[in-house]
Ligand binder design. Structure first.
Ligand SMILES: [Zn+2]
Length: 179
């Protein structure tokens, strides 16, 4: 079975604005700025065989302020910039009570079936607690980058930046293989 690294899209792969209580997600291609520096980190993970999957909650699709066409254009740009195998999104609003809106683990579990993943040996990278919670429920290891949004839920590691996170994943993978 394959292993994956799941990467929260906002603030890891593209820039966001900081609101009073949460990040503000870009909704047009014009506002959408990719974090080019992340490409080297993702290439390192790709080189050792991980399936790379970006995940994102996009409630604007059901609330009506995010156009699907514009989102597709943003995600085309992500695929051109990073060696991603897949981009998985939840289009629902909180009120829909779907299984895929993070902190629920539906996107990770669906990806597990689609890509034949061993979720116990897969990793989740984010700067927000919702991803750590989804990781815990799905059985993945979570690595959070320090931010105002990491909350108090269980997470496996908190690190300073994406480079530190990728180094940690590479070490953990090596330990697993030696065990
Ligand atoms: Zn959903």
């Amino acid at each position: 079975m394959k292993r994956a690294v799941f990467i929260e899209r906002d603030a890891i792969l593209n820039e966001v604005r900081t609101g009073p209580k949460q990040q503000i997600t870009p909704i047009t291609l014009e506002e959408f700025k990719v974090v080019k520096a992340a490409a080297e980190s993702l290439k390192k993970l790709k080189a050792v065989g991980f399936v790379l999957i970006a995940t994102t909650n996009q409630p604007g699709l059901s609330r009506g302020y995010q156009s699907r066409r514009e989102l597709d254009r943003m995600h085309d740009l992500l695929r051109r910039t990073f060696p991603l195998d897949d981009i998985m999104l939840c289009p629902h609003d909180e009120a829909d009570h779907c299984p895929c809106r993070k902190p629920r683990p539906g996107l990770l579990i669906e990806a597990g079936f689609k890509w034949h993943l061993n979720l116990d040996h897969s990793y989740v990278i984010s700067d927000k607690w919702q991803d750590a919670e989804a990781a815990r429920t799905a059985g993945c290891t979570s690595l959070l980058i320090k931010s105002p949004w990491i909350g108090e839920v269980h997470r496996d590691f908190v690190l300073t930046d994406l480079n530190a996170v990728v180094d940690k994943i590479l070490r953990l993978k090596q330990q697993l293989e030696c065990a």
